[in-house]
Design a protein around this ligand. Structure first.
Ligand SMILES: [Zn+2]
Length: 221
């Protein structure tokens, strides 16, 4: 449809323009401005997606879901740079992880992400993780799912034809966990969720420090 085509043109322009500010050295005020521009673009993408869902055009609904997530990834990258300048590395980490998962969702949603080089963007975000932050300690919960529902149709997962990670009419299918049995928490190198990490540690002298900044954390008694 023409509407999606003209949106794509606008998308390419705004992404090119805002991509100029995805560097540490750029002025914070330009990065904040770029976030605003991208938020407006994201709202447009979402309403166009809703429109495509309404007319039941699945291919275009999924296309819009993909674009929406690519925009979201850049918003989060810019917020990461801003947070780093504001000396908030823990927040910056969360923005980076959000950006990474948005790129993954974009790639799952529609193959348009391949043409828009989502893979290259994902690689850049992976490099930033390694270059900007010290190695992290991640926690991974080991559990057995006893009961899960399909997010698309609400049936018990496995009893319908929907597959986790695939897009259906503008939505990614995931399991809604209804019953779970937690087995253990383990420390892993490659976790499913990089938000779950050690925030502080206590050294052999009994000093507690922020894992990211090395700053001392005073315990309030
Ligand atoms: Zn289903």
């Amino acid at each position: 449809m023409d509407e999606v085509k003209s949106f794509l043109k606008e998308f390419n322009e705004v992404i090119r323009e805002c991509g100029k500010f995805c560097y540490m050295s750029r002025g914070k005020e330009f990065q904040q401005e770029a976030v605003k521009k991208l938020m407006t673009l994201k709202r447009k993408a979402m309403s166009l997606k809703e429109k495509m869902i309404k007319v039941e055009n699945e291919d275009l609904a999924n296309t819009m879901l993909s674009l929406e997530n690519l925009i979201d990834a850049m918003i989060n990258e810019l917020k990461m740079w801003i947070a780093l300048k504001e000396d908030k590395p823990n927040e910056a980490w969360d923005f980076l992880i959000n950006a990474q998962s948005a790129v993954r969702t974009a790639a799952q949603a529609h193959e348009i992400a391949i043409n828009l080089n989502a893979e290259g963007y994902g690689n850049k975000l992976h490099l930033l993780e390694k270059l900007l932050f010290p190695p992290q300690i991640f926690f991974s919960p080991g559990f057995v799912i006893k009961k899960a529902e399909c997010s698309i149709c609400g049936k018990e997962y496995g009893e319908c034809e929907h597959v986790v990670g695939k897009a259906y009419m503008g939505k990614i299918c995931y399991k809604i966990i209804k019953e779970v049995e937690l087995r253990e928490i383990s420390i892993v190198e490659y976790p499913a969720d990089k938000h779950a990490r050690a925030l502080q540690f206590t050294d052999d002298k009994g000093v507690t420090r922020d894992f990211m900044t090395w700053r001392r954390i005073e315990k309030d008694e």
